[in-house]
Design a protein around this ligand. Structure first.
Ligand SMILES: NC(=O)c1ccc[n+]([C@@H]2O[C@H](COP(=O)([O-])OP(=O)(O)OC[C@H]3O[C@@H](n4cnc5c(N)ncnc54)[C@H](O)[C@@H]3O)[C@@H](O)[C@H]2O)c1
Ligand SMILES: O=C(O)[C@H](O)CO
Length: 386
């Protein structure tokens, strides 16, 4: 069995043992746990993705809760090991939890936390950055400059797409998809078409109100449309950004057939999860459609890219950094720690995981609740009255 060798320990005499499989940004999360009598053990092993065996070794014989990462496979084996060690809580330091088998957690009575809300704007900003970078070919142009190829202004040099007046398509208009839509509509005066299983009334009201504002100022109003099928978005949008959860319904949502429906000069952005796109089909599509561009933060077989992707000039690729702002990453660590702490202390679950701000206020103690437990109903956990 692979044994993690390097561990940093805080408050060695704490009553509750909480393990974090990775060092996380900031110190607030550590202080909050230590103040509540936790011994905090942080795995500092120099190995990016820990195996199930590594994590079993970290859990050991007695462990009250674990804070883990989206790169780890939290299934039957780990929940069984955690439960045997007396553990009652696990939290992903992520909003997405497709790496977690929630049924297995339910079976072992382990609460599963995630970190919604705190990464909404940061992630949407990266999706917007990729949209702009792809539309204006910024990465290609940067490489060209650094290669010393620029020998003077030319009318045809790196001509890209104007966003103003074009249509932005959002697939999965939840927290992040809606934030991205607002940025593109307000920032670049794009019209919106979106597809989601649920209606996003707030988003629709926002676009309507902004359209009225523009009209009142003598400008062309922006418009919105809720598409009844995803195909409508694919066919009509000039920029399409993917923001659904990853599950059975969204696996390979973008594939050979759906790519063929998009405009030849469309821009496709993915800051959700890699397997939402069939990446082999995408590489083929990019090869045959040089004016089609993509901005990818996530990949089907992370950390790897499918063969050929890295060679394509019409693809911008970044290493899963959409939530990587200091405030967000520190906030994610805080929410993950408070999810675990709340369950250990027997606190109720916060009633609205879309409203986690009170947990992020550094100048006040956090509410006595777990901010977001995804299987709270299945476990019959009490809900906070706050
Ligand atoms: N790249 C990153 O670093 C990064 C950062 C944050 C989140 N994410 C990913 O983004 C996802 C969304 O996060 P969120 O906070 O906006 O979640 P959310 O739950 O608020 O939004 C997800 C939306 O997807 C919709 N949806 C589900 N199935 C669908 C389907 N088949 N077709 C269309 N829409 C569907 C849901 O109705 C919901 O509105 C996360 O689950 C995570 O995987 C990635
Ligand atoms: O789901 C998440 O939270 C991201 O992928 C990590 O930021």
């Amino acid at each position: 069995m692979a044994k993690p060798v390097s561990i940093e320990v805080w408050n060695p005499n704490g009553k509750y043992r909480v393990v974090s499989t990775k060092p996380m940004p900031g110190t607030r999360w550590i202080n909050l746990l230590v103040e509540q009598d936790c011994r905090v053990e942080i795995c500092t092993q120099k190995k990016t993705i820990l195996s199930v065996e590594d994590i079993i070794a970290l859990i050991g014989d007695k462990c009250d809760g674990v804070i883990g990462q989206l790169t780890e496979d939290w299934g039957e084996t780990l929940f069984s090991a955690l439960s045997k060690a007396g553990g009652k809580a696990f939290s992903n330091m992520a909003v997405g939890y497709n790496n977690v088998d929630v049924d297995a957690a339910n079976k072992h009575g382990v609460a599963v936390g995630n970190t919604p809300g705190v990464l909404t704007e940061t992630t949407a900003e990266l999706a917007a950055s990729l949209s702009l970078a792809a539309a204006r070919r910024i990465v290609e142009a940067d490489e060209f400059m650094r290669a010393g190829l620029y020998d003077g202004w030319l009318p045809n040099l790196f001509v890209g797409n104007l966003l103003k007046g074009q249509t932005v398509g959002v697939i999965g208009a939840g927290r992040i998809g809606s934030a991205y839509a607002r940025m593109m509509v307000e920032g670049f005066k794009m019209n919106l078409i979106y597809y989601d299983l649920y209606q996003s009334t707030r988003l629709e009201k926002f676009v309507t109100a902004y359209g009225e504002f523009l009209k009142a100022n003598g400008e062309k109003p922006v418009t919105w449309k809720r598409a009844s099928t995803m195909d409508e978005v694919l066919q009509q949008a000039d920029v399409i950004s993917l923001h659904p959860v990853l599950d059975k319904t969204t696996y390979h949502l973008v594939n050979k057939e759906t790519l063929a429906q998009m405009k030849k000069e469309a821009i496709l952005i993915n800051c959700s999860r890699g397997p939402v796109i069939d990446e082999v089909a995408l590489v083929e599509h990019l090869k045959h459609n040089p004016m089609f561009r993509v901005g990818l933060d996530v990949f089907e077989d992370e950390p790897y890219m499918k063969p050929g992707l890295a060679d394509l000039k019409n693809a911008i690729v970044v290493p899963h950094i959409a939530s990587a702002s200091k405030w967000t990453r520190e906030g994610m660590a805080t929410l993950a720690a408070l999810n675990v702490l709340g369950k250990i202390k027997g606190y109720p679950v916060w009633s609205d995981p879309n409203r986690v701000e009170p947990f992020l206020n550094e100048n006040a103690p956090p509410p006595a609740a777990s901010p977001s437990i995804v299987n709270s109903k299945a476990l019959g956990l009490p809900v906070s009255k706050l």
